[in-house]
Design a protein around this ligand. Sequence first.
Ligand code: 3JN
Length: 338
Amino acid sequence: MKEYNVAIVGATGVVGEEMRKVLEQREFPVKELKLLASARSAGHRLTFKRAGIIVEELTKDSFKGIDIALFSAGGSVSKEFASYAVKAGAVVIDNSSAFRMDKDVPLIVPEVNPDDVKTHKGIIANPNCSTIQMVVALKPLYDKSKIKRIVVSTYQAVSGTGKEAIEELLSQSKKIILGENEIEADVYPHQIAFNLLPQIDVFLKNDYTKEEMKMVNETQKIMGDPNIGISATCVRVPILISHSEAVNIETEKKISSSEAKEILKNAPGVEVIDEPKNCVYPMPIFAVGKDACYVGRIREDESIKNGLNLWIVSDNLRKGAALNAVQIAEILVKRKLL
Ligand code: 3JN
């Protein structure tokens, strides 16, 4: 089998680390793995398939001989360096929002719009984590009946922000449990431990946050339907890993809750966990380290004619980021698009 030279840009971040893990776990055909990061992290030794790899500083010359470059170092790094990777002949799979809404850049969720990869011109965008898990669960329902409107509230784990946010939640929690009064907030505008923040990313002119508008714009692009109405409220919760979403949809034609369950049971990337009588439903602690989008609490919205409510939970670092990116790379390999 053909093997590929792969680079991870942002290799020491939470998503970069997960990418390395997912490449190994899925036995992606890696010939050589290059780990790239800022000068600050260069020199660190990380392991891949039991071998040590020294992290190198990312420069414009880092991509010679690279076939696939997985970027997860933030939008400004992608904007500065993705073009060098493309010029060197690599296909970039970018986990930032830098290129997601560019007309020339396909925005891919393998279970939803795998064929769009064909249109790539060197860069393929990986959607926002909250968007990915929602469209994986909604696409199979959309295929049964067009979705007219989506109202979603998210409950997002701090790992979506990165390592500093994980440390901040843990250290604030410890202090509070020990009865200390001085709680510092550095990463978020307010204390996150024992609290909820109805703000993810910055506020825009329309008073929605950027995260909320990402969910709107990215969902329309991935589903290929600019007419879906979407209203999102994104909330940061004191959870380490796994995002949860309460999703309400209005469909053109009626889908009963039992039909929805059947459809979702057979949907790729979805697992239905829905036994209300036994208090069984998806929860973030259960989704950590797993690949599926877990769906439960499937029920008809009794306030409208054609409405459904769903609860969707998935590991934001895996399906929401690293796993989706590696699955895109797998499509490229399978379709010989490299
Ligand atoms: O906060 C989360 O749970 C997800 C965060 C995603 C994020 C954080 C900073 C910058 C993104 C993203 O993937 O959209 C970006 C960005 O690339 O704009």
